[in-house]
Design a protein around this ligand. Structure first.
Ligand code: S3P
Length: 178
């Protein structure tokens, strides 16, 4: 018999499991490895947006951030219905409906220090960091910190730890929850 209200679990980790956090925190890198470890699909909402609507920096330039947040919400709402490891763009949590969705799901907040994130950001083409670079990154993080904090079931610093250790922490701490 199907049990509709019981979340799917892999290694005791309920699916979907959602990764949030600032730009460069390692959401895609950790998400891919976590998905491989759990034998679950991996969904990167930024990649889905780019597949459907074109490169993210071009969406920002052509249509602006407000439009980007609308298409982002559409993609995120679909993704959160999948039994997968889901990596959200850093600003996806700004949408109130996404915050409502996340309240019922296991959420991992990936953190990173400014020093560790600096090389990860260099050479990237994130539109919000086009002006101000690392200083802008810090300001955006401080503005969003209370949101990340409120949503997170688990917070993990990715600054200096190998991906395999981070994944072990997530499976160890979320396995058997909920
Ligand atoms: C954004 C983060 C980006 C991407 C877009 C906006 C943000 O994703 O969605 O550039 O507002 O923090 P990553 O967090 O994967 O870099």
């Amino acid at each position: 018999m199907p049990r509709p209200n019981v979340p799917d679990r892999r290694d005791g980790v309920p699916l979907p499991v959602v990764l949030i956090g600032a730009m460069g925190a390692g959401k895609s890198r950790v998400g891919q490895r976590l998905a491989a470890t759990l034998g679950a699909p991996f969904v990167d909402t930024d990649a889905r947006i780019a597949d459907r609507y074109g490169p993210i920096d071009e969406i920002f330039t052509r249509e602006g951030e407000e439009y980007f947040r609308i298409v982002e919400r559409e993609v995120v709402a679909d993704a959160l219905r999948e039994e997968a490891v889901i990596s959200l763009g850093g600003g996806a949590v700004l949408h109130p409906e996404t915050r409502e969705d996340l309240a019922d799901l296991p959420v991992v907040w990936l953190q990173v220090s400014p020093k560790a994130v600096a090389p990860r950001l260099s050479g990237g083409n994130r539109p919000l960091l086009a002006e101000g670079g690392l200083e802008t990154w810090k300001a955006i993080l401080e503005a969003r910190r209370p949101i990340y904090e409120a949503l997170a079931d688990l917070a993990i610093d990715t600054s200096r730890r190998p991906v395999a250790r981070i994944v072990d922490d997530i499976t160890g701490q979320l396995g058997g929850t909920r």
